[in-house]
Design a protein around this ligand. Structure first.
Ligand code: NDP
Length: 274
């Protein structure tokens, strides 16, 4: 049976094994998908052991996406531009790195949330690996303007510097992003470390559709960012569970050649049934 896994640290909490098991059952594919913990200084050894033992493909999560981009033999343009790989495909000509995070976010926004990016005024908070992954796919949808706000302004400037000519992207400090915005996307790891939500000015989220790349456990009251934005007048707030399912579906399709339906899995996850 073909073996897949998500490699990360920590990775025990990952929903990916459940999502891929649900896709496999729905599409009639026989495969195994595990969580694969790697020591912080042992990413390469863990990945090489996995593939030496016959592994068919890997997902990569925090904090190894940049190391994965350096390890693979080749990258897609999206992964190269992001400098981060979340999906490794085993091919006859070597290991190919993909980044399905950005396309997963766009599919969740457009298909599941039914929000339009074309013509929208978008604020992207963060300039880490996740923000790099979503920047170009969001811009490709044609927003009217896109502002990147980050705690370290220099990192945001670095992120937009090599964008193709014609893309309108501005940079701001966290409290300098001037509203109005139609869509606000939180791509920071602020809440991950338990140190609160990204402190953008409340005016930036008023009336906006707010999206948190982080996701909350099923049945909980949502992420800290979602709750904070609703408290400050956001018209709607959604967490990143849909993005997780969509990026997983894109990886599954790459590996198996079959595109799974995402709606039923996302709904079941939200009900805590997967
Ligand atoms: P990184 O560590 O690469 O990025 C960290 C980012 O968060 C930087 O912009 C950093 O700012 C900012 N940040 C961290 N702490 C704070 C704070 N206290 N206040 C303000 N800003 C802060 O992480 P990733 O980019 O890999 O991941 C970001 C988030 O996206 C994570 O929560 C991750 O789980 C989520 N994610 C979700 C996915 C999904 O499928 N739903 C897929 C991928 C990621 P600075 O540059 O100043 O340090």
């Amino acid at each position: 049976m073909d073996r897949y896994a998500v490699v990360g640290n920590p990775v025990g909490h990952s929903l990916s094994p459940r999502i891929h098991a649900a896709f496999a059952a729905a599409t009639g594919q026989a495969l195994r998908y595990d969580a694969l913990p790697a020591p912080l200084d042992g990413f390469v050894a863990t990945v090489e052991d996995f593939f030496r033992a016959g592994g068919a493909g890997l997902n990569v999560t925090v904090p190894f996406k940049e190391q994965a981009a350096a390890w693979v033999d080749s990258c897609t343009p999206a992964a190269a531009a992001a400098g981060a790989v979340n999906t490794i495909e085993r091919r006859a000509d070597g290991f190919r790195g993909h980044n399905t995070d950005g396309a997963g976010l766009v599919r969740d926004l457009l298909d599941n949330c039914q929000e339009a990016l074309a013509g929208a005024r978008v604020l992207l908070i963060g300039a880490g690996g996740a923000a790099r992954g979503v920047l170009r796919p969001v811009l490709a949808e044609g927003p009217e303007r896109l502002v990147v706000a980050n705690r370290s302004r220099a990192r945001a400037e670095d992120m937009v510097r090599d964008l193709p000519v014609g893309h309108v992207a501005a940079v701001a400090g966290l409290d300098e992003a001037l509203p109005p915005f139609d869509i606000v996307i939180n791509a920071t790891a602020a809440g991950l470390r338990g140190d609160g939500v990204a402190p953008v000015s409340p005016a930036a989220v008023r009336g906006a559709f707010c999206y948190d790349l982080m996701y909350a456990p099923p049945g909980s009251e949502g992420t800290a960012f979602c709750r904070w934005t609703l408290d400050h007048g956001a018209r709607r707030a959604v967490d990143g569970l849909g993005m997780l399912v969509e990026q997983a579906a894109l990886a599954f399709a790459l590996w198996r050649g079959v595109a799974p339906e995402t709606g039923p899995v996302l709904n079941a996850l939200r009900r805590g049934e997967v």
